[in-house]
Design a protein around this ligand. Structure first.
Ligand code: CP
Ligand code: NVA
Length: 310
């Protein structure tokens, strides 16, 4: 059974299929043409971390496709009181048709998927945020960044950075990652991405200097310096990330038409200045909206994949 845990498990052609579904779904929604391809089905949404965008976009997206979304906070379900992931998976997946999970260790998601009889979607783990990346890719295509853009990642080597690395190495575009020393992307993901790049032709560069990464880039992307679950490191990170904030000055080194992406929530005055944020608010909020459309593409694709297999 296919799950959607990381783009590392997806072929370029499959990512393009999802994107194409998402585009059609968005077009139909904007034209008020309602199609409910997943009518009568249900989606369990398990959250072990906070969320605004992921919760709303999956809940509304599932409903628009005809599914019944069920929001399950780990604070309320037995999982939060220590019921094992593998038991939770075997119970919930017998009752619903698809499961979205936001959790800590990526291995928790993999464990759930291994025991689940329904497709599982990653709604963010410590390692990856692939649903966000589908929206980011959709946004940069809509904004005319081309098939082979130069993307600069400025900031933490976190779940978002890992996900950009997977997307770039699968799709074959240029990614330049700038992270402070000690916060680089884990070597195992770099090695994996280099393998993928042999096939796709992606160019991958790693720096400790944001200016080098951003020079003439078509897309600049960033994210918070302290991800969920790492709050106790916040003070140290604020010091260690000095000079890594995205400012208008940094953006002026990118291509004249460069877009700025931020998965949100943003911490103004840390990874991004208010001025840089507000002058690129159009791309950032289009990116947020595209979560809805891109994830509907993912859900329809997974359901189709299941039908093909049965
Ligand atoms: N970008 C994102 O996943 O936002 P939330 O944490 O609000 O879901
Ligand atoms: N890297 C951030 C992304 C939030 C959407 C986190 O994991 O908290």
């Amino acid at each position: 059974m296919r799950h959607f845990l990381s783009l590392k498990d997806y072929e370029k052609s499959e990512i393009l299929e999802i994107l194409s579904l998402a585009r059609d779904i968005k077009r139909d929604l904007k034209a008020n043409k309602s199609t409910r391809p997943l009518a009568g089905k249900s989606l369990a949404m398990i959250f072990e971390k906070s969320s605004t965008r992921t919760r709303v976009s999956f809940e509304v997206g599932a409903a628009q496709l005809g599914m019944r979304p069920i929001f399950l906070s780990s604070r309320d379900i037995q999982l939060g009181r220590g019921e094992p992931m593998k038991d939770t998976a075997r119970v919930i997946s017998r009752m619903v048709d698809m499961v979205m999970i936001r959790t800590f260790a990526h291995s928790r998601l993999e464990e759930f998927a291994a025991y689940s009889s329904a497709p599982v979607i990653n709604g963010l783990s410590d390692d990856f945020h692939p649903a966000q990346l589908m929206a980011d890719y959709m946004t940069m295509r809509e904004l005319g960044c081309g098939d082979r853009p130069i993307v600069a990642w400025v900031g933490d080597g976190n779940n978002m950075a890992n996900s950009w690395l997977m997307l770039a190495s699968k799709m074959g575009f240029e990614l330049r990652v700038a992270a402070p020393k000690g916060y680089e992307i884990a070597q195992k993901w770099v090695e994996l991405a280099k393998d993928f790049a042999l096939k796709s032709g992606a160019k991958l560069y790693f720096y400790n200097d944001p200016i080098k990464a951003v020079q003439d880039a078509n897309v600049v992307a960033t994210d918070v310096w302290t991800s969920m679950g790492r709050e106790e490191e916040n003070e140290k990170r604020l010091k260690d990330f000095g000079g890594f904030g995205v400012t208008s000055e940094l953006m002026s080194r990118a291509d004249r038409k460069a877009i700025l992406l931020h998965c949100l929530p943003a911490h103004r005055g840390e990874e991004i200045t208010d001025e840089a944020f507000e002058s690129h608010a159009d791309s950032i909020f289009l990116e947020a909206e595209n979560r809805l459309h891109a994830q509907k593409g993912v859900m329809v694709w997974l359901s189709d994949a299941q039908k093909r297999q049965s």
